[in-house]
Design a binder for this molecule. Structure first.
Ligand SMILES: Cc1ncc(COP(=O)(O)O)c(C=O)c1O
Length: 401
């Protein structure tokens, strides 16, 4: 049996790990991912220890380092390029506040496509440091690669974008942007929350300098836990806004050693760690990353992309307005229905979006509406049979409407 066959078999087997799939056709990972039975069991021992007064802090601190390394290798990075964060927003804020901004610097952003958490930090940086926020207009829901590249100049410090947008959910074509950033010495920061865990991710292939994620979606973990990748050579040039016990290098000194001066920062990205860790969140994501890695992110990527394509085709064939990326951006695991202009603030939401949404919810299809678009978001536990059921429901709704 080939490696791919054995992995595909794992995809078949994995559904039993997600009891939610018995009740729902769960196509809402872009909102909140499912956790597995194994993940649920993974942090019980730690909570039992807390309950019974067994102090496992030192053990858990060692486990944090294991998880840091596991996430690093999951995205093609070294452990010392990973900071442990609370979520994607914290990672973006950590980076935004670690630069030595000068008035006249600029940041490039397409606010129409970004989650609020990748807009607000930049508005605040603009206010605090009198930098310029260079906004670029989306092209039909896609990231405007050419406009962004043309906007880069000697004062561009950061280009901030998402690997996959929250809606309409296209994969951003990263390479031309990263090449332009690299040759200009500009930091490319990506919010990877909607892709990591679902689409095959390698930071070198993406060409990013920073990648911030929450673990609650594609990574199948808990709320309040995230990772920030920052390329080692960049991390060493940046100054964390906060300093805490876990961001400094105490050498062999005990944790309780008195500190009289600013000590050495930890090498690489762990300098961005703030205070004690969310142990249950990290234990959970350690377990879920292990499950994802066992199947293989290339296999998961191919699986979800194929299902999303089948869904998209089927909905289009029945005449529903499926959003389509232009300009060479590849489709991914998200299918959005409605007028893409709604998401870009250029059109009123169509009533059909809410109506079809309610029709599907009544039939236990978990999906969301975001920025006026009906968003189907798929993961490893979805099947072609589920896609066909959603197509049948949608066709029934159309006949009734
Ligand atoms: C692209 C993207 N980034 C970030 C978030 C959420 O950020 P956080 O987990 O930091 O609250 C979401 C959705 O919730 C999102 O879609």
């Amino acid at each position: 049996m080939s490696a791919t066959q054995s992995s595909l078999r794992s995809i078949d087997n994995i559904r039993s790990e997600f009891p939610a799939t018995k009740k729902y056709i769960y196509m809402d990972v872009a909102n909140q991912g499912l956790i597995s039975r194994t993940t649920l069991g993974s942090f019980e021992k730690h909570l039992q220890n807390r309950l019974s007064g067994v102090n496992d802090e030192l053990f858990q601190l060692r486990e944090v380092e294991r998880t840091r390394a596991r996430f690093g290798s999951f995205i093609g990075a070294d452990a010392n390029e990973i900071a442990i964060t609370k979520n994607a927003s914290e990672g973006i804020n950590i980076l935004a506040n670690a630069f030595d901004w000068k008035a006249g610097d600029n940041v490039i952003l397409c606010p129409q496509l970004e989650h609020a958490n990748n807009i607000l930090p930049w508005l605040q940086i603009r206010k605090k440091f009198c930098i310029e926020l260079r906004t670029v207009e989306s092209v039909d829901g896609s990231f405007p690669v050419e406009a962004a590249i043309n906007s880069i100049d000697r004062s561009t410090r950061i280009v901030a974008l998402s690997t996959v947008t929250m809606v309409p959910g296209y994969r951003t074509m990263m390479r031309p942007i990263s090449d332009a950033c690299r040759s200009n010495g500009t930091f490319l920061l990506a919010d990877g929350t909607q892709s990591v865990g679902i689409l095959d991710t390698n930071v070198d292939d993406l060409g990013v300098d920073g990648l911030s994620v929450s673990t609650v979606k594609g990574l199948m973990g808990l709320y309040g836990s995230g990772f920030l990748y920052c390329r080692r050579d960049w991390a060493e040039q940046l100054e964390p806004a906060y300093l805490t016990r876990f961001s400094i290098d105490l050498g062999d000194a005990p944790e309780s050693a008195p500190i009289l001066d600013i000590p050495k920062l930890r090498a690489g990205s762990p300098r961005f760690d703030v205070g004690h860790y969310n142990f249950p969140g990290l234990i959970a994501v350690d377990s879920s990353i292990h499950q994802l890695a066992e199947i293989g992110t290339d296999v998961i990527d191919a699986h979800v992309t194929k299902l999303a394509e089948r869904l998209s085709q089927g909905l289009m064939e029945m005449g529903l307005p499926v959003c389509h990326s232009s300009g060479g951006h590849q489709p991914g695991s998200i299918v959005a229905v409605g007028d893409v202009g709604t998401a870009l603030g250029k059109a009123e939401p169509a009533p059909m979006v809410r109506e079809l949404h309610n029709f599907l919810l009544e039939r236990n299809v978990a999906v969301s509406v975001r920025r006026g678009l009906l968003r189907f978001s798929l993961h490893v536990y979805n099947t072609s049979n589920e896609v066909d059921q959603v197509l049948d429901f949608s066709s029934a709704w159309l006949k009734k409407a």
